[in-house]
Design a protein around this ligand. Sequence first.
Ligand SMILES: Cc1cc2nc3c(=O)[nH]c(=O)nc-3n(C[C@H](O)[C@H](O)[C@H](O)COP(=O)(O)OP(=O)(O)OC[C@H]3O[C@@H](n4cnc5c(N)ncnc54)[C@H](O)[C@@H]3O)c2cc1C
Length: 389
Amino acid sequence: MHTQVGIIGAGPAGLVLSHLLHLKGIESVVLENRPRQYCEERVRAGVLEQGTVDLLCEMGVGERLKKEGLVHGGIELRFGGKGHRIDFRELTGGKTITIYGQSEVLKDLTNARLAAGGQVYFDVDDVSVHDFVGNKPKIRFARNSKPEDLTCDLIAGCDGFHGICRPAISQALTIYEREYPFGWLGILAEAPPSSEELIYAYHERGFALLSMRSPQLSRLYIQCSPEEDIHLWPDEKIWGELHKRLESTEGWKLIEGPITQKGVTGMRSFVAEPMQYGNLFLAGDAAHIVPPTGAKGLNLAVADVRVLAQAIVEFYKSGKRHLLNQYSATCLRRVWKVQRFSWWMTSMFHLFPDASPFDQKRQMAELDYVTSSRAGAQTLAENYVGLPM
Ligand SMILES: Cc1cc2nc3c(=O)[nH]c(=O)nc-3n(C[C@H](O)[C@H](O)[C@H](O)COP(=O)(O)OP(=O)(O)OC[C@H]3O[C@@H](n4cnc5c(N)ncnc54)[C@H](O)[C@@H]3O)c2cc1C
């Protein structure tokens, strides 16, 4: 098999890249080692920046997103039992975020790729990358237990944090990493969201986040130990903890419902530099991870492939590699700003096990500043809705 761009991974990065290239007449093959249903049912991100929504709509995959997505003009920061709204529209000149699950984004993208005759192969095995330093890169994989070779001009490593592309160029990479001494216990509950907008709560028992996926589905998180055993958390205990951490003196009520999914996620900040080696380009979680507090993982993956698609289009149009050579540096400027924001949000809201009383007073002062100063609130709002491309 031969194609122009071989893409590994059918997550947001791989599918957006494949579709952007298709719209410019460039052929690609996407190889994914999980079944389609598994990819489309995985509960992960849910907050889309304005720029991500605009891009998906421009690509022609925004029809359901526009109909079913919940547009939010702000978030609430809750501490000391009181809520403080950060008004995105007012602070950013009308920008918003949209709540629409990653699983729904993936369904829309996969349907669009397949409807356009795109080649997306799910459930492949033994994927490996070869000869990407020269001009004839090759991807080996097995389909229905039969080994195959895919030759291509360029390889896009969109295979997430546990993929094979980053390890294949590990000798060329510098890794920057920070692990956090806590994780998130997250639930999906069949309950209407208890608030129209997301609530980020700072509490002496630990951070809590109220989010949602639809008018019928709530997504809630509590800070926990990174090694927390989910089996020690029956549903009543989770709701009890959420009530305590989200408590409010303003007559607000948390709505409960059957919990349909629960799990513990560790938190880390991670960047691999550069995001390119020869004709292999890393994008999304394959190159970087952010703690989820800033809701940036999916958005950053989409921002990477937007840059990569432009560079690939220029390469095929003019034969010039200028934008391809700039790819890593261009992306990393945004990646580090998003890392800074995600680290800042995480540091502001979570209890650190080694925090001193000084640290806790400083955290409260920071929350007070962000919610009482226009400049402070604007910094949060501008980053949350997404920095300009
Ligand atoms: C539990 C969890 C909760 C999260 N919650 C949030 C959130 O609330 N907000 C937020 O913004 N972000 C969240 N994220 C992060 C967000 O989901 C990711 O940043 C986003 O999915 C990145 O997209 P991607 O395409 O780069 O990688 P992925 O979505 O990881 O896609 C990579 C794809 O490559 C495939 N793959 C891996 N190895 C191979 C291989 N060897 N061969 C072929 N295919 C391979 C994988 O199966 C996967 O489908 C969460 C992540 C996790 C794990």
